[in-house]
Write a protein that binds this ligand. Structure first.
Ligand SMILES: C[S@@+](CC[C@H](N)C(=O)[O-])C[C@H]1O[C@@H](n2cnc3c(N)ncnc32)[C@H](O)[C@@H]1O
Length: 248
């Protein structure tokens, strides 16, 4: 039987249950599936976030196991405060473990405060104009209402603050498109099956990418959220899309 994405009504619980289930093997699978390239993409995304202001308060929405928050912690000015928010407690527990392990080895990270908060990206538990910048990495695609997620990020960021979204793109390189499509739809579920014994979660991944809006549409959604100076940077031959916007 062919794979079916969850309905709008089921998506929140479906995605939540899936990340609770795959949390433990998530980091290894990410490295294998992206050939570790996700690390460079995240560095690039964080450098766009911090190009506006190197210190202050930053929000990492859908933080997962804390990859992006920990990159911010390494790159930001001392005294920076980071909030990582996710609705999967299992992912957040791993983020906390990783932070503790890193703090032992890296002095810099000790001068940065990180709070891990369990909450919904579509209803952020923060007051308006709280953060100097906000970022979401491979999270937007998983929300039931993408526009609401972006509107919420815009709401909690101060005027002049940056909002960054890193997620899957749609390659337009003619020869590469079918190769990437075969890799993503046929090979990735096999890798997920082998590493995590969870072929379903890694079948959802390419399907959610296929259904994710094209970069031009994400740009329009940034504008709809009231952001200006919007920039789209294609990465990895367009298979990954990096968007930046600034709150008016
Ligand atoms: C693909 S992972 C990305 C994790 C991390 N940002 C990264 O780049 O490695 C997506 C994350 O989004 C979280 N998530 C999905 N929908 C969410 C929602 N509505 N509210 C909060 N977190 C959500 C999941 O629990 C998961 O940890």
């Amino acid at each position: 039987m062919s794979f079916q994405l969850p309905t709008k009504e089921d998506k929140h619980d479906y995605v939540h249950e899936q990340f609770e289930r795959i949390a433990r093997g998530y980091d290894l699978s990410n490295d294998v599936i992206s050939l570790a390239m996700h690390r460079a993409w995240k560095l690039r995304a964080v450098s766009q976030l911090l190009a506006g202001k190197k210190g202050g308060k930053f929000l990492d929405v859908c933080c997962g196991t804390g990859d992006v928050s920990l990159v911010i912690a390494k790159q930001a000015a001392a005294g920076t405060a980071i909030t990582g928010l996710d609705f999967s407690q299992n992912m957040l527990d791993l983020a906390g473990e990783r932070q503790r392990r890193l703090a032992v080895r890296k002095d810099k990270i000790k001068t940065v405060k990180i709070d891990w908060i369990c909450g919904d990206a579509q209803n952020l538990p923060f007051a308006d104009d709280t953060f100097d910048g906000a970022i979401i990495s491979f999270g937007l695609r998983n929300l039931t209402d993408l526009q609401k997620g972006l509107n919420e990020m815009a709401r909690v960021v101060k005027s002049g603050g940056r909002i960054v979204n890193l997620d899957l793109g749609h390659t337009t390189v003619p020869l590469f498109a079918p190769i990437f499509d075969t890799y993503f739809s046929k090979v990735v579920p096999v890798i997920g099956g082998l590493l995590q014994n969870d072929k379903t979660a890694y079948t959802y991944l390419p399907e959610s990418g296929r259904n994710y809006p094209r970069p031009e549409r994400i740009t329009a959604m940034f504008a709809e959220a009231g952001l200006v100076n919007i920039r789209h940077t294609p990465l990895a031959l367009g298979t990954v899309a990096l968007h930046l916007g600034v709150k008016r």
